[in-house]
Design a protein. Structure first.
Lengths: 357, 117
């Protein structure tokens, strides 16, 4: 059995089970069919969630607000340790998994697994995708720097404004396009980082009891306490809300956390390292729309959205920055007219956005 | 009626109680087969379908693909390939673990290693 991925939320050090102040590290994060599967059998048998990274078309980076594009199957994920001999030492030190992306390819993140609530923080280049702040190893409530599952089924990009995001687009580190480089001036980390915290067991059991469910529906709870590497850059704008935490920061069991560094290899590196072909490039937004295929929007009911982050709103999109640099970093960036938007409601099936790989 | 057919029918009917899109006709259309063929599968009049069709059916019904393949007497081709590459090692591993309880099996599942970042 590999070393547990449990880590200390306060000091940020990866821990074994003998660390003081840390619960028995039976958190598990495994790879199942190109999906991160996170389980906390010690917290509750229901405490499990999944995270996968969906291939998608890149929406035009043209200043227009687009609906959500489809999922075209999962990006492959592999244990980084399996290819350690062919990867830089710095990558090996980070552990986690490795995935391939073409330059200027887009992705979105899909959450699933169960109805057990989780708080999940997503960063790119160690910059929080919700607040634009540097990575910290705990949850912040003000401003909220995490997503709440299962309320949030997807994340497509950086939260730049209330109800709007800029799509995650892969760009080589070192050229200045990534969110990390734009905000820190450094091209140090790249990749994508994930940490997931389960809801406290007692809180979940109260939530599941019928009496509490009625109380809960009557009004939401009030927060009771305060290298040759690829990174992700902000692309075109689309409509997507990041939902406010309806449970409050105190609901989350921050003694239990699973985190994972997702290193992104460009398609050439991926073939050299794994011997596998990366997935083919998705169609352009224009080709997709002209084929009459559907776009999507999510209706979250009464759920409130968090405000956008000023830091993220200040980022230049890849197209804007390319223009300023006199470069053309986005092939096939023609604007497209979107017809056929399907609205998916919270009680509906979130999988309809994903096509059969 | 086969176990495979009965399971598929029960699962689809359960989903259909809440969502009419799980009618025989609509499910068949979404997985790319004729409604009459899906009906025969559910009644057990024909053998369980191919691996690809079973995988689409599993996804459609939101059940585990390997479990549904096993109900149909099949093993996923990617698992076969894994065993074919290192047959002695994996055959021995599977035989040794065949009676192990689930929690013991979970302990040998490989975790994603978290490093220093």
């Amino acid at each position: 059995m590999m070393r547990s991925s449990a880590w200390c939320a306060r000091c940020g050090t990866a821990t074994g089970n003998d660390q003081p102040g840390m619960e028995d590290g039976d958190a598990m994060i495994t790879l199942e069919n190109n999906r991160l599967a996170i389980r906390y059998p010690d917290v509750h048998p229901d405490a499990r969630c999944t995270i996968d990274f969906q291939r998608t078309l890149r929406i035009p980076d043209d200043g227009t607000d687009y609906p959500l594009p489809p999922g075209l199957g999962r990006f492959p994920l592999r244990h980084l340790d399996d290819y350690a001999a062919r990867l830089p030492q710095a990558w090996h030190r980070r552990g986690g998994v490795i995935t391939p992306m073409h330059q200027a390819e887009a992705m979105w993140i899909s959450f699933g697994g169960s109805d057990y609530p989780f708080a999940v923080k997503i960063a790119t280049g160690k910059i929080c995708a919700v607040t634009g702040d540097d990575w910290v190893n705990h949850l912040n409530g003000d401003p909220q720097d995490y997503l709440v599952l299962p309320e949030q089924p997807w994340l497509d990009g950086y939260c730049v404004e209330k109800g709007f995001i800029r799509q995650f687009v892969a760009m080589p580190l070192g050229e200045g396009y990534t969110a990390e480089e734009q905000l820190t001036g450094e091209a140090e980390h790249g990749g994508l980082q994930v940490v997931a915290y389960p809801m406290k067991r007692k809180r979940y059991e109260r939530l599941m009891s019928p009496r509490f469910a009625m109380d809960f529906e009557a009004g939401p709870d009030v927060c009771s306490s305060p290298a040759p590497d690829m990174g992700l850059a902000p692309g075109g704008r689309m409509r997507q809300e990041i939902y406010d935490d309806p449970y409050g920061l105190d609901a989350w069991d921050q003694r239990h956390a699973s985190r994972c560094f997702v290193s992104i290899a460009n398609s050439t590196q991926w073939m050299a390292v794994t011997g596998e072909r990366p997935p083919t490039l998705p169609p352009s937004a224009k080709e997709y729309s002209e084929a009459g295929l559907p776009w999507f929007e999510w209706y979250g009911g009464d759920a409130k959205a968090v405000a956008g982050a000023k830091k993220l709103a200040s980022l230049a999109s890849v197209a804007e920055l390319g223009k300023a640099k006199g470069q053309d970093p986005l092939p096939e960036n023609e604007s497209t007219r979107v017809t056929g938007v399907r609205t998916i409601r919270r009680s509906g099936d979130t999988r309809v956005r994903e096509f059969e790989p | 009626m086969t176990r495979f057919g009965a399971f598929v029918r029960d699962r689809r009917e359960k989903l259909r109680r809440d969502d009419r899109r799980y009618s025989l006709r609509q499910v068949a259309a979404r997985i790319g087969i004729e409604p009459a063929y899906l009906s025969k599968i559910e009644r057990g009049d024909v053998a369980p379908p191919s691996e690809a069709t079973t995988a689409r059916l599993a996804r459609e019904l939101d059940v585990d693909r390997d479990m549904l393949l096993a109900l149909g007497g099949k093993v996923s081709s990617d698992l076969k390939e894994i065993i074919r590459r290192r047959p002695r090692l994996f055959a021995e591993l599977i035989r040794q673990l065949k009676e192990a309880p689930d929690d013991a099996l979970l302990r040998v599942v490989r975790e994603v290693r978290d490093g220093d970042w």
